[in-house]
Design a protein around this ligand. Structure first.
Ligand code: NDP
Length: 249
């Protein structure tokens, strides 16, 4: 018997990294998983792997910054799986750089995905989770939601927002039997860092990776998320901060 048998879980950013690992782990624990991201081919491959292993998966191609698409996705989840228990707000981008003179479109993208996307998904999922008997919302923030650093100002701003929002949401959602957990990963080996093109940024990221030594794998964070979600109903793990052992800040 799996710890998530009978549950329906939606995971944003399921096409790679932490979201993909979480979807596979949740499916292995018996949850029906809804896979949300833009890259349909990646979602299709993951969905097939999960179904080949005996699980249930529903891939939905979606840009979380499009509120209409988020609403439509929630409707599809309800009609396909009859409800929703858990939402993992994981989709995110990290585009680092100095504040002065930086590309405004990169700031807007981070704010749209990391904040507005998370807000849209949460807003539309809340009544469905409540009407399904309650469940869990996991927001993936970051160490960058607790520790600010030169070159990371706008990413810090978005992740600080996710951390603060999570605690306020926890206080609101408990009235609907919904638990909220904020997860704050340190350096995880995923595609996230690779979206940075500026040489100063990529050099700093690689320097940090070398200083740490063994960085985290996406599965390390997925296990942390499962730990929170699989607790008894009366136990709300509010916050989980996971750094690689060798990460100083
Ligand atoms: P990845 O780049 O591997 O995954 C990011 C995911 O977000 C992808 O599945 C991507 O899918 C999805 N995504 C991006 N933009 C959108 C969008 N507009 N609509 C829907 N989905 C979108 O990185 P990680 O797995 O590392 O990142 C997951 C979360 O973890 C992020 O919130 C990140 O900030 C956080 N985090 C990561 C750390 C790390 O070191 N890796 C450290 C701390 C926090 P697609 O492109 O197919 O849409």
């Amino acid at each position: 018997m799996g710890s998530l048998d009978g549950k329906v879980a939606a995971i944003t950013g399921a096409s790679s990294g932490i979201g993909e690992a979480t979807a596979e782990l949740f499916a292995a624990e018996g949850a029906k998983v809804v896979l949300l991201a833009r890259r349909a081919d990646r979602l299709g491959g993951l969905s097939k792997r999960i179904e080949d292993a005996g699980g249930d998966a529903l891939p939905i191609e979606i840009d979380v910054t499009d509120h209409g698409k988020v609403e439509a996705a929630m409707g599809e989840i309800t009609s396909q799986f009859g409800g929703l228990h858990h939402l993992v707000n994981n989709a995110g981008v990290m585009l680092l750089g100095a504040v002065e003179g930086w590309d405004i479109s990169e700031w807007r993208r981070m704010i749209d995905v990391n904040l507005m996307g998370l807000l849209y998904c949460t807003r539309e999922a809340l009544p469905i989770i409540r009407d399904s008997g309650g469940g869990h919302i996991v927001n993936v923030s970051s160490v960058a939601g607790r520790t600010a650093n030169f070159g990371s100002a706008v990413y810090n701003m978005t992740k600080w927002g996710v951390t603060g929002f999570s605690e306020a949401l926890r206080q609101e959602a408990l009235n609907s039997n919904i638990r909220v957990t904020c997860v704050e990963p340190g350096f995880v080996d995923t595609e996230l860092q690779g979206h940075n093109k500026h040489p100063m940024v990529t050099e700093n990221v690689e320097k940090m990776r070398e200083e740490i030594g063994k960085v985290l794998e996406a599965e390390d964070i997925a296990r942390g998320i499962l730990y929170a979600v699989a607790q008894s109903d009366h136990v709300n793990v509010n916050e989980i901060l996971i750094r690689p052992t060798g990460q100083k800040r």
